[in-house]
Design a binder for this molecule. Structure first.
Ligand SMILES: [Zn+2]
Length: 122
């Protein structure tokens, strides 16, 4: 089974491939947090533009975040994944990983390590 289709990105007009290569090898789309519904048009974005759209959406979500909301935030109920995406879960600073608030929100609680982007402190 090969469900890969070639599509054109609705944002940058680049050609890209999308779809499940096999049952074990899912579309790249599955690597990203499932924060979009297809009705939002995310189906037609290439991996680069989709990642940007993800970052924008997460940034907008984080802007509404307060220490109180963080305790019951929606991100912690997303399917668990060990995959970390640069720009979404972390960024690199002088070769060090700095975890972003999104990463902490997915955990669902404060780890008390004084993380720089801890969303659980007011
Ligand atoms: Zn694109």
């Amino acid at each position: 089974m090969n469900g890969v289709k070639t599509k054109i990105c609705s944002s940058c007009e680049a050609y890209f491939k999308c779809g499940d290569i096999s049952t074990e090898n899912k579309c790249w789309y599955n690597d990203f947090p499932p924060i979009f519904s297809l009705s939002e048009g995310s189906d037609c974005l290439c991996p680069n533009c989709f990642k940007e759209a993800c970052e924008d959406k997460i940034d907008a979500y984080l802007e509404t975040m307060t220490a109180q909301k963080a305790i019951n935030n929606k991100a912690q109920f997303l399917p668990k994944t060990n995959l970390l995406i640069e720009g979404i879960d972390y960024y690199l600073e002088n070769g060090n990983y700095v975890f972003k608030a999104w990463f902490h929100l997915k955990r669902g609680k404060c780890c008390n390590n004084n993380c720089r982007h801890c969303p659980y402190r007011g």
